[in-house]
Design a protein around this ligand. Structure first.
Ligand code: ADP
Length: 162
């Protein structure tokens, strides 16, 4: 049986923290599906297609990654993909309480699902998409914060928003 994991998130946009988790998780599973959440109640900066394109560029060369998107319940998406493991990154204790609640709720919705938490790389513990957007909009350097291959695309979009 193939071991398939799903790494869900907003990825608005992808950061080096996300990419680090993607690389590490993809080494553990046969296939890792990076799943962009389409949340109609949340305002995003990048469209779902833009977010998926940025991820696609950033992971090019990694053989076992699939990029997809979903709306609604993650457990339904997992079922459709025949996946049983959810990957989550943890940056700080502040991430923990919410993720703990989500993990228990997802297991209640589908007892076959396990959530696997991966500790951030210390270099990226301060890093979030919001920080990237804030710094980028204000004209600061985001060079160390997002993957090199998508740096220009992200910088351009953030500058255009000004
Ligand atoms: P954010 O906008 O906070 O970056 P996302 O929804 O895009 O949030 O995050 C998707 C997943 O990636 C979550 O499990 C989140 O905890 C994890 N993640 C985000 N940034 C990092 C980071 N710098 N290091 C490790 N995991 C991260």
């Amino acid at each position: 049986m193939k071991r398939v994991a799903v790494y869900p998130g907003s990825f608005d946009p992808i950061t080096n923290g996300h990419l680090d988790i993607i690389k590490r998780a993809s080494r553990i599973f046969d296939k890792l599906i990076v799943a962009v959440v389409r949340n109609p109640n949340k305002v995003s900066t990048f469209t779902v297609d833009e977010r998926m394109d940025l991820i696609r560029k950033a992971v090019s060369g990694l053989p076992n990654i699939e990029i997809d998107h979903f709306e609604g319940l993650l457990v339904d998406f997992m079922k459709a993909k025949d996946a049983h493991v959810i990957i989550k990154g943890l940056r700080a204790i502040s991430d923990f309480e919410y993720e703990f609640q989500m993990a228990l709720m997802n297991r209640k919705l589908d007892p076959n699902i396990e959530t696997l938490f991966m500790m951030t790389n210390y270099k990226y513990s301060y890093l979030s998409s919001s920080v990237v957007k804030e710094i980028g909009r204000l004209g600061g350097c985001i060079g160390d914060l997002v993957p090199d291959v998508v740096l220009q695309d992200i910088q351009k979009k953030l500058t255009d928003l000004k």
